[in-house]
Write a new protein. Structure first.
Length: 537
């Protein structure tokens, strides 16, 4: 196709550029970058390569749901929200696609709408693909524009995603950093993502939803996307080997990428370690437990050294240190962990670290005082808080052993039945400790619990301070290596909450454990919750 190169070199080079652009989103970005950023050279890194590879997989129809977590400053908006839509309309000759892009602030989404339109209107773009579609002059505004091939693009905020249906729904930073700390504002965006976005696609089978963001909270949109099984590209600023990203998209920038064949754990929504695959192949019980789906997964992170930077040219160590310092001033280690490392908790945990906990197989020969602390919530709604009871032993040699955690969602009647059953299982030697709300209503509730658990040692006290403050004493014991977990099915759920606390969505298990430990170290001389007094007639 390049016969004219010798006779007409300029036309030949133009044809080569057009051909390469139509077959590579990265090449399209490289050649079109000057049209939008004439004073800033295009200096790609493998983070941009990985983003382009995954977006191309969406264009090929291989991926329908994609989550990409990358640090700020890696051209995520330009690649995903500006160049990719223009690439699909022109170079890929799909101007009929309808695109909805949203961000936490409508102005940011509209900004990228305008950038994309500016790129399409550039002389460079028009010279190559201007014959494939034209603008509809009566629908060519910043927030919404249409082309002559029935395609259109609309921008909106994450909280107002209603109305039209699209072939591409692109969420670029659906949460602001500040608003993510508000449970109400974060849940508004999460509700839009889980309830509204699935109804905004033209075709559930063929349309695509793409989310690109940095992590801002343990229960942000990313957490929902991961739970829903989105294909996930995750690249932290500083490399962490144990979190190396594997994707089913084969990277174009690694000559021989590592290939991992593994199984998906349908129960835990996680990939089974590769060393267990052979075991699962032979064991039918394991197959039933972990699922039987096998997928090829490729290493998409080129780094090999722990702590190695994602782009040491654009973001050298001094620049990364400065960014992390600035983030830490307001958001502490959680901000750095989330936005830079794509892990919404400091490495190993916050107040509690996974490696701080020790394990026991049994309690043979171990004795001590035992308390089960409770944190109650009388609801069985799917997203409501949990009721949790943590049973803790303070041994004679002052070790702290978490023996059991009972966590459930139940309405008042079934909840009371569960409390009674738990107390019976624990036995009369275990103190049952409940929080007491202030006022007469709190006293009445405690009185009812005492009646319910007649014959057991029932105690209560009002809460003081924040959940974080109440957890400080138990956290200090864990940090000192003095907290043990009795092995049980509840271990993983407890550790998952503990290592994210206090940034976790639910804090019920830690609050219950903190109450139990506080009762143990206070001793039995604290206030006992007595049943309502009976007035003699």
């Amino acid at each position: 196709m390049f016969e004219s190169l010798a006779q007409y070199p300029d036309d030949g080079l133009e044809a080569i550029d057009k051909y390469e652009s139509e077959n590579s989103l990265l090449r399209f970005m490289e050649l079109g970058w000057y049209e939008l950023e004439p004073s800033m050279p295009f200096v790609p890194n493998y983070g941009v390569y990985a983003i382009c590879d995954h977006l191309e997989a969406v264009s090929r129809g291989e991926i329908k749901r994609l989550l990409m977590n990358v640090p700020p400053g890696f051209s995520k908006s330009m690649s995903t929200n500006v160049f990719w839509p223009a690439w699909e309309w022109g170079p890929k000759n799909k101007p009929n696609y309808r695109i909805i892009n949203f961000a936490h602030e409508k102005g940011l989404a509209t900004r990228d709408n305008v950038r994309c339109r500016d790129l399409i209107q550039s002389e460079w773009y028009q010279r190559k693909w201007g014959d494939r579609f034209a603008w509809k002059s009566d629908q060519n505004a910043k927030e919404y524009y249409e082309n002559s091939k029935t395609g259109w693009r609309q921008s909106c905020s994450a909280a107002s995603l209603t109305g039209k249906r699209g072939d591409r729904i692109i969420g670029d930073d659906p949460h602001s950093v500040e608003a993510s700390e508000s449970d109400t504002q974060r849940e508004t965006v999460n509700r839009t993502f889980s309830e509204t976005i699935p109804t905004r696609v033209n075709s559930p089978e063929n349309s695509a939803i793409i989310i690109i963001m940095q992590r801002v909270h343990s229960k942000d949109v990313s957490s929902l996307a991961i739970e829903l099984g989105y294909d996930h590209l995750m690249l932290p600023m500083r490399f962490e080997e144990e979190r190396r990203c594997y994707s089913r998209v084969k990277p174009s920038y690694i000559e021989t990428p590592g290939l991992v064949k593994t199984r998906y754990n349908v129960t835990k929504k996680a990939w089974v370690p590769v060393e267990r695959v052979a075991e699962l192949e032979k064991d039918d019980d394991c197959k039933d437990q972990f699922g039987t789906e096998i997928q090829d997964r490729y290493n998409v992170d080129i780094r090999v050294t722990e702590g190695e930077l994602l782009d040491p040219v654009r973001f050298p160590l001094s620049a990364v240190d400065d960014m992390e310092k600035a983030m830490s001033i307001w958001g502490g280690s959680y901000a750095v962990a989330g936005q830079m490392q794509q892990r919404p908790a400091p490495r190993g945990g916050g107040m509690f670290k996974a490696e701080d906990f020790k394990y026991l197989d049994n309690l043979n020969g171990i004795t001590g005082k035992v308390v089960r602390g409770w944190d109650l919530a009388a609801s069985d709604k799917k997203k409501s808080p949990w009721s949790a009871g943590a049973k803790i032993m303070l041994t004679l040699d002052k070790r702290v052993i978490i023996c059991d955690v009972n966590r459930f969602r139940k309405t008042p009647g079934p909840m009371e039945a569960e409390l009674r059953t738990t107390a019976e299982r624990d036995g009369v030697g275990v103190t049952q400790d409940f929080p007491q709300d202030p006022g007469q209503a709190g006293k009445s509730q405690v009185g009812a619990l005492v009646k319910l658990l007649h014959g057991y040692d029932v105690r209560s006290s009002t809460e003081s301070g924040s959940k974080e403050q109440r957890a400080t004493l138990l956290s200090a014991q864990a940090e000192g290596g003095n907290v043990y977990l009795l092995r049980g099915e509840w271990n993983d759920t407890f550790i998952n909450e503990a290592t994210i606390f206090p940034n976790s969505e639910f804090k019920d298990q830690i609050d219950a454990a903190s109450r139990a430990y506080a009762r143990l170290i206070r001793g039995v001389d604290s206030v006992i919750a007595l049943p309502p007094q009976v007035v003699e007639g």
